[in-house]
Design a protein around this ligand. Structure first.
Ligand code: KIV
Ligand code: ZN
Length: 517
């Protein structure tokens, strides 16, 4: 009988911890909601002990998501396990995910522990977690570079201590499909009690084999795959959720397996994640890239017209690629707009619908046709927006003069409370001049510019430009985002957004040090 392969999504933990993929609490909750709608079995919501912010995000997700198990990562430390459980305890099916490295290089140089101490720590901490929570996963970090006989002892200890899932991570993306299959088979066959637990695989993509290694793990006896939407994650990323899910769907007979995922939700979820992290898929990205279902060559087009199966192993509909995106315009009323948001899978509170409708109407004055991609961008931009706080600067207006024979000049007017403040500055270009004018108004402390990117939301020369700015100050990143059909305006908005956060942080720091001295 075909076996169920559980999908454990770690977009919000392993995915989010990679550079350029950080998300705020509202964005994480939106993604968790999409993951729940798509039918993942477990959401790894974060690493609760890592910061108060991460703790709160894990808690918010555990408190709000009802149909999916919610999990937090924890090192083999009691304080980590306590924080993890405190954050997830209200979940409908909470899971604590405890990990410890088991490879010789990690034990000797990172942990500075002997193999015996590692076994003792696993025994103690898995028991400790199990006393709090019935659902405990243990991960042997760097398992694929661990000695097979020692790994078998590790798994034996973890199962005896009460782990209900044993995860075998390929932490550095080093293994191959044959090795992964053999490793899982060996553990399943040699460790007593392994028939009573789930075996999981968690693969990184350093050599481009994460999907193949995960599927090989299934052939060896794994019943859970850990993955991230769009394959985001540390270094070269984690196994891409959409790839393993569709491989198991298209080649289900070969693997004698299936998942609980509603594959028609994949495209929407992929877009949501890209939108939030400000990236786009490579055109050739399997399943979700722009070219994944495009047939350009004459021979292919001819074949597909005669019979789709000639060149199509799955349909765009099966992953939810919209075949005819609905286009809204300035005559679309509030009811049609609201109904369309529901069709797009959004279930927003009244206030957010009203804000999005207002932003949509403003956009209609600038752009003839508003597509689903524009609406996705407006919604995720709204989710990223900071709550209005006293002392924050708001964009009012700008005026630039630029050309390749003149020095670019920008006049920017900002609002702070009831006060309007205007400054003029020169720069290397109109965007740089605008940022300089803002600096003259705000006087931020010295900071560095870590990142500046502009992405077009859709096609056409009236498309919106989605600008992301990352500033660094005091070892911290401050991120801002701006969205407009005018890229100078979106750049100014993104910069003000980031500057407001930086100023709030530096003011708080200053007050704190005044209180101390
Ligand atoms: O890659 C890895 O080993 C991990 C573990 C914490 C599961 O992410
Ligand atoms: Zn990982």
């Amino acid at each position: 009988m075909a076996k169920l392969i559980k999908i454990f999504d770690t977009t919000l933990r392993d995915g989010e911890q990679s550079p350029g993929c950080s998300m705020n609490a509202r964005e994480k909750l939106q993604i968790a909601d999409r993951l729940q709608k798509m039918g993942v079995d477990v959401i790894e919501a974060g690493f609760a002990i890592s910061s108060p912010g991460d703790f709160q995000c894990v808690k918010d997700i555990a408190d709000n998501i009802r149909n999916t198990s919610v999990c937090s990562l924890a090192r083999c430390l009691e304080k980590d396990i306590d924080a993890a459980y405190e954050a997830i305890q209200n979940a409908s099916n909470p899971r604590i995910h405890v990990f410890l490295a088991t490879s010789p290089v990690h034990m000797q140089y990172k942990l500075k522990m002997t193999p015996e101490q590692v076994l003792e720590s696993i025994d103690h901490h898995v028991r400790y977690a199990r006393n709090k929570c019935a659902n405990v996963e243990f991960s042997a970090e760097d398992a694929t570079r661990s000695e097979p006989e020692f790994l078998a002892k590790v798994v034996d200890v973890a199962i005896k201590a009460g782990a209900t899932t044993i995860n075998i991570p390929d932490t550095v993306g080093y293994t191959t499909p044959d090795e992964m299959r053999e490793r899982i088979r060996f553990l399943r066959e040699t460790v007593p009690g392994s028939d009573l637990v789930d075996f999981s695989v968690h693969c990184h993509n350093d050599l481009g084999m994460a999907t193949a290694n995960s599927l090989a793990g299934v052939l060896g006896g794994a019943t859970q795959i850990e993955c991230c939407v769009n394959g985001i994650g540390e270094r070269a990323g984690n196994t891409a959720l959409e790839e393993v899910v569709m491989a198991l769907k298209v080649r289900g007979a070969l693997f004698d397996a299936y998942t609980n995922i509603d594959s028609t939700q994949i495209y929407k979820t992929s877009r949501k994640v890209y939108n939030i992290i400000g990236q786009t898929a490579a055109r050739t990205k399997p399943i979700v890239g722009k070219n994944a279902f495009a047939h350009e060559s004459g021979i292919h087009q001819h074949g597909v017209l005669a019979n789709k199966e000639t060149y199509e192993i799955m349909t765009p509909e099966s992953v939810g690629v919209p075949t005819n995106e609905m286009v809204l315009g300035k005559h679309s009323g509030r009811h049609a707009f609201e109904a369309h948001l529901k069709d797009m899978g959004y279930d927003l509170p009244e206030k957010r619908i009203a804000e999005t409708f207002e932003a949509f109407k403003k956009l209609c004055d600038k752009k003839k046709e508003v597509t689903d991609r524009d609406i996705d961008a407006l919604i995720s931009h709204g989710a990223a927006a900071l709550p209005v706080q006293e002392g924050m600067y708001h964009f009012d207006r700008f005026d630039v003069h630029a050309g390749n024979f003149s020095t670019p000049t920008s006049v920017v007017r900002l609002k702070k409370g009831d006060e309007l403040i205007e400054e003029v500055a020169l720069g290397d270009g109109p965007i740089n001049a605008s940022f300089e004018a803002i600096n003259k108004i705000v006087h931020p402390p010295v900071h560095s510019f870590e990142n500046f990117s502009i992405q077009s939301v859709s096609e056409g020369n009236d498309t919106m430009g989605d600008v992301r700015v990352t500033l660094q100050y005091d070892g911290r990143d401050f991120k801002g985002r701006g969205l407009s059909t005018d890229i100078i305006e979106s750049s100014i908005m993104a910069y003000i957004n980031a500057i407001n956060q930086l100023m709030a942080y530096s003011d708080a720091k200053e007050k704190q040090s005044e209180g101390v001295s």
